[in-house]
Design a protein around this ligand. Structure first.
Ligand SMILES: [Zn+2]
Ligand SMILES: [Zn+2]
Length: 574
């Protein structure tokens, strides 16, 4: 890709990325300068000339560093609020160590690449271990797959350029050094230049970054000055939105705007650790096909990149390994149907009473067998429970519960460690049972799910399959840690079997835990697949057709025979 705009106005001073926190106190000293620059005319920024855009589908991603979403309501932020009313607003929690710190390097890497730190490799602000070659930022990916798109990036935290996180692949970029020169002025310059480009040029995809919210929180916490900083950034956002609407070609364009943050802050200012306040993130997206006023519980920070691709009509190659999904796509996971029945704490003490995040009520068709469970213990965790990330991970920090990144919304959890925190007798022994799925005429059945498992001592975690209600047989056992990974178990269907149900049996005694989410069961015939159940949703003719036949290598008569065989509920002849 030609680079039409080179890095400009960067100072020669090259501060190490890891010193960011130490320079943040400078924020107060630059405030006066900032005010002046904020009011400077747009002419201040002489925008680079981008290649002329080629797409009617256009995306603006606005990154706001260290923006605690629970403080937006208290701020003068009409544009963020307007986007919440007209778009989809999903809040979620981040990982923490040892997967990655709740700091800017991992956060922006997660946003840009659409994968979690165990893939992109950035665990702190040293960026040591980064793997952008395999997992590039979305602008770099677009440069590979849609080089005709006109793209622009602007950042004033320099590592987002020098490390290759955000600006890589952009046709033009503005790189400023907020650590050296102060963020308020540079944020304003980014707003000016981006506004100019939106008004006078034809960009397709833009990724701009504002840093001052983070600086102010470090300097003075999340109080009045922080709210003022949010208001300034909201005004920047408003100017960009107005510039988009003012485009002469706006009626013929389909714009998506996404706002996201890389981490939260403790009330007193600061982040990197595992507190809920530091782990808070959000995605706010408005655009075609994105529901207005939606507050889904199943979005996560990796969804920004997936949403960018979706809005541009790009289907990610599975080889990209994305962890995200578009914000408009809901999981139809059976556990997520429990959201209305979630309740507050019972025996737990560290979870605010206002957090409604657990239930023992299983989804329809599912059940929990607790007749081998001991008595007593912490009520929330007596046997398999269904819980949210915030509720479960608040029970105890820094025991890897924060690493459950590939669960979404409500998940199933068996936690002998937390259960044991109150007087009890007997051990932990609980079994989660799926509904029965139709496998008539099928030769194989596959169970897909995500798991987060931490091993200790004599703890056991086994998956069993029962055909036609017969004796369950073990099909998988876990004996070592599995840190939030997708899993797939395929089991042959015995001749004549018409149904299968799976069981997740966990036993322990003050050991760790086992999390299950995203359960899907798919039955298939030799060489092709026909689902009887997908992500817990009802079988759908459309999906069945798509899955069963869309991937079949067969054509013509052979294909027709197989469709017929499928309709008759038996495997076709090979
Ligand atoms: Zn940050
Ligand atoms: Zn920070």
């Amino acid at each position: 890709m030609p680079t039409h705009g080179m890095p400009r106005r960067s100072t020669a001073t090259c501060r190490s990325a890891v010193t960011r926190r130490s320079v943040l106190a400078a924020g107060a000293a630059t405030a006066a300068t900032a005010t002046a620059l904020t009011n400077a005319p747009a002419a201040l920024a002489a925008a680079p000339t981008l290649p002329n855009g080629t797409s009617k589908d256009k995306v603006l991603v606005v990154g706001m560093d260290g923006l605690r979403h629970d403080r937006i309501d208290a701020a003068d932020a009409p544009h963020l609020r307007s986007m919440m009313a007209n778009g989809t607003y999903g809040t979620s929690l981040l990982y923490s160590g040892p997967m990655a710190a709740t700091s800017s390097g991992p956060g922006w890497s997660t946003i840009a690449t659409g994968v979690w730190p165990d893939k992109h490799g950035v665990r702190d602000n040293t960026f040591i271990g980064k793997n952008y070659g395999r997992y590039p930022g979305f602008l770099a990916r677009l440069a590979q797959v849609r080089p005709e798109l006109s793209t622009y990036a602007a950042v004033d935290w320099k590592p987002l350029d020098s490390q290759g996180t955000v600006t890589a692949g952009a046709d033009a970029k503005l790189v400023l050094d907020g650590d050296a020169d102060g963020y308020p002025g540079h944020d304003a310059t980014i707003a000016n230049e981006t506004e100019s480009i939106l008004r006078h040029q034809n960009p397709d995809v833009l990724f701009v970054y504002f840093g001052n919210t983070d600086v102010v929180a470090h300097g003075s916490g999340t109080g009045r000055r922080y709210l003022d900083a949010i208001a300034v950034q909201d005004a920047h956002l408003g100017r960009l939105l107005a510039a988009i609407r003012s485009r002469p070609t706006y009626p013929a364009e389909r714009w998506t705007v996404i706002v996201a943050t890389d981490h939260g802050h403790v009330d007193a200012g600061g982040h990197g650790g595992s507190s809920i306040e530091e782990r808070r993130t959000f995605i706010l997206a408005q655009g075609p096909g994105i529901a207005a006023g939606a507050r889904p519980i199943d979005t996560r920070l990796v969804d920004v990149a997936a949403t960018v691709f979706e809005q541009l009509g790009i289907t990610p190659d599975p080889a990209w390994g994305l962890d995200g999904k578009p914000v408009q796509e809901r999981t139809d996971d059976p556990f997520d149907t429990l959201r209305p029945s979630l309740t507050g704490r019972v025996d737990e003490t560290g979870i605010p009473a206002s957090v409604l995040g657990f239930t023992h009520t299983a989804p329809g068709g599912w059940s929990v067998i607790n007749n081998a469970m001991g008595t007593g213990g912490v009520g929330e965790w007596r046997g398999w429970s269904f819980a949210t990330d915030e509720f479960w991970s608040r029970t105890h920090r820094d025991q890897w519960r924060e690493l459950n990144v590939r669960s979404r919304g409500v998940f199933a959890v068996a936690d002998s460690d937390e259960w044991d925190d109150k007087a009890n007798s007997g051990g932990y022994d609980s079994t989660l049972v799926t509904p029965a799925y139709d496998v008539s005429g099928r030769s194989s059945v596959r169970l897909d799910f995500t798991t987060h498992y931490r091993q200790e001592g004599g703890q056991t975690a086994r998956i069993l399959a029962s055909f036609n209600g017969g004796t369950p047989a073990v099909v998988r056992s876990y004996t070592s840690d599995v840190v939030s990974q997708p899993q797939s178990v395929s089991v042959p269907v015995p001749a004549g079997a018409s149904s299968v149900s799976f069981r997740f049996r966990y036993t322990g005694a003050n050991n760790w835990y086992w999390v299950i989410d995203g359960v899907r069961v798919t039955a298939s015939c030799l060489g092709w697949r026909a689902p009887v159940h997908r992500r817990g949703g009802a079988p759908s003719a459309h999906r069945t057709s798509h899955y069963a036949y869309g991937r079949s290598p067969l054509h013509g008569r052979a294909q027709a025979d197989r469709i017929l065989a499928h309709r008759h509920g038996r495997c076709p002849h090979p």
